[in-house]
Write a protein that binds this ligand. Structure first.
Ligand code: ASP
Length: 440
């Protein structure tokens, strides 16, 4: 069988194992189409509440999980040479995957030319309705320097309370590095965080009971609020992104796994299918993190050491799907406005997309905020900026679901590759996913 068919079968088998979540996704789309929010506000309201219950429950796990997993992960590596090696590999693989996504995004966009000849792609009333949020966002200064400064945890407790992922991670890394250097006196703290980590994974199992109704409701509300008629006008834009995503999943990841690891791509995809569906339903890499860790440890056989270090960082910093969409969006808008993109500008936009995507938090719509950073540098008029942003805003949920799925998938690809390089993967478990290893 051709590799691509095998990959499809593997994804299908993964979905079959989690058939209830898969059915929930499909039913969510159908119910969303049949009950548009404007005509059925009560149905919409109920669905919003059900979706919120699931997303809040899963978000509740994220911060203690990220802190404890980073601390346990780094402390368990102990010897700083291994940590440095794994850290370096992680940065290299994440960068490689995002550069590939940007290159694919640009190539497909210049082949399909989604914005050529397109005009009036957003209704004036919609553009007007987002004008204020866009202007407020511009004034609030989401410049690169503010974003970089915002990463430093001036007050780690405040960052924890406000759920600021990047400062939290940075502090956890520094804390764990220091902990690793103080010798045996660190045992009580490390044991404490090991218990926290195990407990959070147990809570994840409990919260996943809500996954089926939660994902059904989230998908239904996404479809019912934005409608599907929107796809008619801008079919080529969506198509460009979908082609880019398919290339990333069926070509880039298999090549990376083949060249840099001994991991079988089909086995990995099958193992992590549940996390991919949760990512699609929630549009949040961070909220999916507990499930991503569970799939990677229990089904893909990746050691806790690698999962607990590589996956939390990936959920916030590795956003290849987001970077790809940002490049396609820029090509679309510049084509629609007849602004030529020369090669240096393309490289510059690509570079900005890599930076902007990796500074996006793993939450719904984060990539939309950072895209403003790129739009601002393109010389569009204020009106065009508002209109362009409104367009991206109107389509955001659908593209967000897809790009989050890609973001999570690449986290697992990088974790598996590093685990394979470091002999930190249990191939028997990866090959036989009908056995679920109880890791926590
Ligand atoms: N929602 C995406 C994620 O969580 C980020 C984004 O592109 O908005 O991975």
């Amino acid at each position: 069988m051709k590799l691509h068919w095998q990959i499809l079968v593997a994804l299908g088998l993964g979905a079959k194992r989690n058939w209830h979540i898969f059915i929930a996704l499909i039913l969510g789309v159908i119910v969303g189409i049949c009950f548009p929010a404007t005509y059925y506000p009560l149905v919409h309201k109920i669905l919003v509440i059900v979706g919120e219950i699931f997303i809040k429950a899963i978000q509740m796990i994220v911060i203690p999980l990220v802190v404890s997993s980073i601390i346990v992960g780094i402390a368990s590596m102990g010897n700083s040479k291994q940590l440095g090696k794994i850290g370096l590999k992680m940065v290299l693989y994440y960068t490689l995957i995002t550069v590939a996504a940007v290159a694919i995004g640009f190539s497909v966009a210049f082949l399909v030319n989604p914005g050529v000849g397109v005009s009036g792609f957003i209704q004036a009333s919609i553009a007007e309705s987002v004008r204020h949020s866009f202007e407020a966002m511009q004034n609030s200064g989401h410049g690169l320097s503010q974003i970089l400064l915002g990463m430093i945890p001036q007050n780690p407790i405040a960052s924890l309370a406000n759920g600021e992922m990047v400062p939290i991670m940075l502090f956890s890394i520094i804390f764990a590095l220091a902990l690793a250097t103080i010798g045996d006196i660190n045992r009580p703290i490390v044991s404490f965080f090991e218990s926290v980590f195990a407990t959070m994974m147990k809570i994840t199992d409990w919260v996943m009971v809500l996954a089926t109704p939660g994902i059904f409701a989230l998908t239904a509300t996404a479809v019912s609020s934005y409608g599907v008629d929107i796809f008619g006008n801008i079919g080529r834009y969506i198509l460009t992104f979908v082609i880019g995503v398919i290339i990333q999943i069926f070509v880039t990841y298999p090549i990376i796994l083949k060249v840099f690891s001994k991991v079988n791509v089909m086995a990995l995809y099958r193992a992590v299918a549940e996390a991919l569906m949760v990512a699609f339903g929630t549009a949040s890499s961070s909220a999916t993190l507990p499930v991503t860790i569970a799939c990677c440890e229990r089904r893909a056989g990746i050691s806790n050491k690698i999962c607990s270090f590589v996956l939390p960082l990936g959920a916030t910093m590795n956003m290849d799907g987001t970077a790809m969409l940002q490049c396609i969006a820029i090509v679309f808008l510049t084509q629609a406005y007849g602004i030529p993109l020369d090669l240096p500008t393309i490289f510059f936009v690509g570079f900005l997309a890599i930076v902007a995507s990796s500074t996006s938090a793993g939450i719904p719509g984060a990539g939309l905020i950072t895209i403003a950073l790129i739009l601002n540098s393109l010389g569009l008029s204020h009106e065009q900026l508002v209109e362009g942003f409104a367009f991206l805003f109107a389509l955001d949920r659908f593209t967000d679901m897809l790009r989050t799925m890609v973001n999570v998938m690449s986290d697992t690809v990088v974790a598996a590759t590093i685990a394979s390089n470091e002999s930190e993967i249990d191939y028997d478990l990866l090959g036989n996913q009908d056995i679920q290893k109880e890791t926590v």
